[in-house]
Write a protein that binds this ligand. Structure first.
Ligand SMILES: Cc1cc2nc3c(=O)[nH]c(=O)nc-3n(C[C@H](O)[C@H](O)[C@H](O)COP(=O)(O)O)c2cc1C
Length: 216
């Protein structure tokens, strides 16, 4: 496509984009409608449009479809979640934590594990000599693309991180040089909100965004 054919984004588009950002949620409550595999493929194609260090495109997506594997992962997360609750000394905090729903692994039609191929030849090392972690950052960029394009199709995504990365790599039997980045649930949300669930439940309010800006 030539420069003259490049789209010019208008005010309507900006408003829609703002709405998408406002209504993107981490979703843990799914209705059980399946997601068409062609739709998932389409979403992943768009995730792959993300920027990446040296254009290394190190993201690797594993669609977890085997029921025994999904169950093993769900049970692993539940066990880690119990350990996480036990780690709170403060009884009040522990009880608040235990009331949170921190994954929708049992209901979500799609489980997706995301890895970073630290040995990807693509990019030929550009940009990752002094900051090898930029490979993982690149994968997170793709995840965020996925989060947004899914929401734009009214599909919710929930990120599950209450787990041991090594255990995930072992359960999923992936190559040794793939670094575990994320386990994602996708499905149609049972509820929609413009407010994070952790805000709604009083666990953590949004901070004032102006307090995150500094000048040097
Ligand atoms: C790296 C990362 C890990 C997360 N892990 C979890 C998790 O294990 N369980 C969970 O319920 N939410 C998890 N979340 C979602 C956050 O709780 C959520 O993004 C935050 O509360 C703000 O809500 P929102 O995404 O709906 O705006 C994770 C989010 C990120 C970015």
């Amino acid at each position: 496509m030539t420069y003259s054919e490049a789209p010019i984004f208008d005010e309507d588009f900006r408003e829609q984009l703002d709405t998408l950002l406002t209504w993107r949620r981490d979703v843990r409550r799914f209705d059980r409608r399946p997601i068409d595999l062609a739709i998932l493929d389409d979403l992943l194609d768009r995730a792959c449009l993300a920027p990446s260090v040296g254009n290394a495109q190190p993201w690797r997506f594993v669609s977890v479809q085997s029921e025994p594997v999904r169950l093993a992962i769900t049970e692993h997360v539940d066990a880690e979640n119990r350990k996480a609750a036990d780690a709170y000394d403060d009884q009040q905090l522990q009880s608040e934590y235990q009331k949170l729903k921190l994954h929708g692994l049992r209901e979500a039609p799609v489980h997706l594990a995301v890895f970073c191929d630290d040995e990807a030849a693509e990019g030929r090392g550009l940009g990752r000599q002094t900051m090898p972690e930029t490979m993982a950052y690149s994968v997170v960029m793709a995840i965020h693309n996925l989060w947004l394009v899914a929401r734009a199709r009214n599909i919710g995504l929930g990120w599950v991180s209450i787990l041991e990365p090594d255990a995930m790599s072992a359960i999923l039997d992936v190559p040794d040089h793939w670094r575990f980045i994320a386990y994602l649930c996708l499905g149609y949300p049972a509820q929609k909100s413009d407010e994070p669930e952790l805000v709604k439940l009083g666990w953590q309010d949004r901070i004032n965004s102006s307090t995150t800006r500094f000048v040097r």
